[in-house]
Design a protein around this ligand. Structure first.
Ligand code: PBG
Length: 322
């Protein structure tokens, strides 16, 4: 035998030398859930180890995460039904708890890369990402609301806006609104290829944001398609996105690879709630080694071409590095 690939696997030190993919805590963005009030820390039932924090406790949690080396966080608000309406008006109310918290976080941790969510669903009484009329999700009317929300978040000091709703034209519309108002430095991480996925279930529990009727298939992508991801990526790039995101990650590694092979922008992947909960649930039952499964999953996402990973495992991963 001339060729023996096992020689390059013979010891840990040799394996380290030939290792192609390295995960770093610097690649990670930690998604976090915010609730109104003080002294609140409520575990998400379907996401063991993940909590909804009030602002005061979130500040403490962010501090702990930063001590572990985490440098970026994406904050999602959970609103009570009483604050929701058809037009998501709470989303751009300057006194709303989400915007106040973003300001507070940025003031306390100016060096943190703070990302926010731009979509109607946390504030919508219909539980949809767009304005609903006669059972239809309107596109262009939704853009105006997204622009107002984006300006309010940029004003609060957010570093990266995350439009997560898959409306057509939103990146360009938001970019123009930002630039016209002097927010030329606020970045946009577009949810470029976001699929209509069953893996968002636990997230919708966390935010009580499930759609009140129907599903999200007229705006989120069909899991069977990859060509459309190229169309979405073309548009987002033209419209001025700074990052392209694929979501979910695990069932869409081919899409991550497709975009990273074809676009020079940094590719992000969202390792979503269901992907987290699947590992946690089977590890709790002793069916799987949770820590190894986490590392393998995150490595596969990076190997497939994601430079950045949004993951609920961020803190756990960071703790292992210390
Ligand atoms: C909605 C939004 C969703 C997630 C992030 N933003 C869910 C949805 O589209 O219903 C999912 C994140 C996750 O599952 O971790 N704007």
């Amino acid at each position: 035998m001339q060729r023996r690939p096992r020689r390059n696997r013979k010891s840990e030190s040799v394996r380290n030398l030939v290792e192609e993919t390295q995960l770093s805590v610097k690649d990670l963005i930690f998604p976090m859930f915010l609730v109104e009030g003080t002294n609140q820390k409520i575990e998400v039932a379907s996401m063991p180890g993940i909590y909804r924090y009030s602002t005061d406790l979130m500040l403490k949690e962010i501090e702990a995460c930063m001590k572990l080396g985490i440098t970026a966080a994406d904050v999602f608000p959970a609103y009570p039904e009483s604050k929701k309406d058809k037009i998501a008006s709470e989303s751009y109310n300057p006194e709303t708890f989400y915007l106040k918290a973003l300001r507070e976080i940025k003031k306390n941790f100016p060096e943190l890369c703070l990302m926010s969510d731009v979509a109607m669903d946390p504030y919508s009484s219909d539980g949809h990402d767009g304005l609903v009329k006669d059972g239809k999700i309107l596109n262009d009317e939704t853009l105006e609301i997204l622009a107002k929300m984006s300006l309010a978040q940029a004003e609060a000091g957010v570093d990266i806006l995350g439009p997560s709703d898959m409306m057509d034209g939103r990146v360009g519309y938001i970019r123009e609104a930002l630039d016209q108002n002097g927010f030329t430095e606020t970045s946009i991480m577009s949810y470029t290829a976001k699929y209509a996925s069953a893996f968002y279930g636990p997230f919708r529990d966390a935010l009580d944001s499930a759609p009140k009727f129907g599903d999200k298939k007229t705006y989120q992508m069909n899991p069977a398609n990859s060509q459309e991801a190229l169309i979405e990526a073309d548009l987002d790039m033209e419209e001025g996105a700074d990052f392209l995101m694929v979501k979910p990650a695990l069932s869409y590694l081919d899409i991550i690879k497709l975009l990273s092979d074809n676009y020079p922008l940094p590719i992000a992947a969202y390792n979503v709630s269901g992907e987290y909960s699947m590992i946690k649930a089977s590890a709790e039952r002793g069916w799987i080694d949770g820590e190894r499964a986490m590392l393998e999953m995150l490595t596969s996402i990076k190997r497939s071409g994601a430079k950045i990973i949004l993951t609920y495992f961020a803190k756990e991963f960071a703790s292992l590095q210390k």
